[in-house]
Design a protein around this ligand. Structure first.
Ligand SMILES: [Zn+2]
Length: 363
């Protein structure tokens, strides 16, 4: 893990494209707001731009280039979905994606409705009114509810429909230096990186042999579904998934189990059966050549990312995974160092430019 030789300290100013993605609410299957941000910032730079039936956004640069390189970052996030309203107007829900139930009660949530956002609260009985045993209990999903201040079922259903989705309210804030906190860095930072790589390659297009296809994938959190169809339709030779990875540098993470990765340590380059050796070697070579600090992760199984689906597309795709270190994944307060995000953009720009006609990762 080379120490910080980076020549390019990123600006503490948050790029508008990233800030808007972080503000967008986009639970899996309802990614409209994040799609609109990707459209606004990436479409103008693309030579070809497409949507598909799952809600992916597929931006291509250098359409006649060879090899075809797919970069995937998912635009969906965790959410809640309204499933039932009781006679008193309390709203019950199911979860979208992998929630820790401990995190759900006592939050402000925003329900996206056809008439705009509706603010609600995930209610819970006060500690004064609990028996000892209740205090140690984590409520089941069906024991929690959203309170929107409605008095009756009719009143609630006039504002919210069954099937509407919600997210936690908190948006992005800078915590200290370049470290920020947000509800859904996972994986807005990945979608930002793939779109930003395309934008930065526009002025370097003459030097780019590859056809670059930056995909903001939908529905990753519920089973890498957008990446599955995008890998088929794009039919790439090579691909890199860009997701967030666990920074294991906080007091409650056993590095004997989860390895050693730090916030601010640079992009995490994954190695294992889900990862093509050509891509791994090339990513490391590019990082070393540019002096980009980076770190490593070993994953002996199919990873929990879009890389899992893409690698198994059609006859197989040479796939890599670059992760941006993140603390407290799938909580309402995820931490990311924006310096790592910028370094990931730089690494993937260099990787794309390094590819030559005929590179296909076959071995
Ligand atoms: Zn996730």
């Amino acid at each position: 893990m080379p120490k910080s030789k980076s020549k390019s300290a990123p600006s503490p100013v948050v790029p508008a494209f990233l800030a808007e993605l972080l503000a967008a609410r986009s639970p899996s299957g309802a990614e409209h707001e994040a799609q609109a941000v990707f459209d606004a910032h990436v479409k103008p730079s693309a030579d070809r731009y497409a949507k598909d039936a799952l809600g992916n956004r597929i931006a291509t640069l250098n359409t006649a280039g060879d090899p075809v390189l797919l970069l995937a970052g998912h635009i969906d996030e965790l959410g809640l979905q309204v499933s039932y309203v009781n006679k008193d107007g309390y709203i019950y829900f199911n979860t979208i994606g992998g929630h820790d139930r401990v995190m759900i009660p006592g939050r402000r949530v925003i329900i996206s409705t056809q008439n705009g956002p509706v603010l609600g609260v995930t209610g819970k009985r006060a500690i004064h009114l609990m028996e000892d045993a209740d205090r140690k209990k984590v409520p089941e999903i069906h024991e929690m509810w959203i309170d929107i201040g409605a008095k009756t079922k009719k009143e609630a259903l006039a504002r919210v429909r069954i099937g509407d989705v919600a997210t936690y309210q908190p948006g992005f804030e800078l915590l200290h230096g370049t470290v920020g906190v947000a509800r859904a860095f996972d994986d807005k930072v990945g979608a930002y990186v793939v779109g930003e790589v395309l934008r930065r390659l526009v002025p370097k297009k003459k030097k780019l042999a590859a056809q670059l296809v930056a995909v903001a994938t939908a529905q990753e959190e519920i089973g890498v579904r957008g990446a599955t169809t995008a890998a088929y339709s794009v039919n790439p030779h090579l691909a890199v998934a860009v997701d967030v990875g666990h920074a294991t540098d906080h007091p409650d993470c056993d590095q004997r189990k989860y390895g050693e990765t730090t916030l601010g340590g640079g992009p995490i380059i994954c190695r294992g059966p889900n990862i093509n050796p050509f891509i791994y070697d090339r990513l490391v070579a590019c990082a070393e050549k540019l002096g980009i600090p980076h770190q490593f992760e070993a994953d002996p199984r199919p990873t929990g990312t879009d890389a899992r689906a893409i690698q198994m597309g059609r006859g197989g795709v040479a796939t890599g995974l670059v992760s941006i270190p993140l603390r407290y994944m799938h909580t309402p307060s995820e931490l990311v160092d924006l310096a790592d995000v910028e370094l990931t953009v730089q690494l993937l720009v260099a990787f794309a430019l390094s590819l030559k006609k005929g590179d296909n990762g076959h071995w």
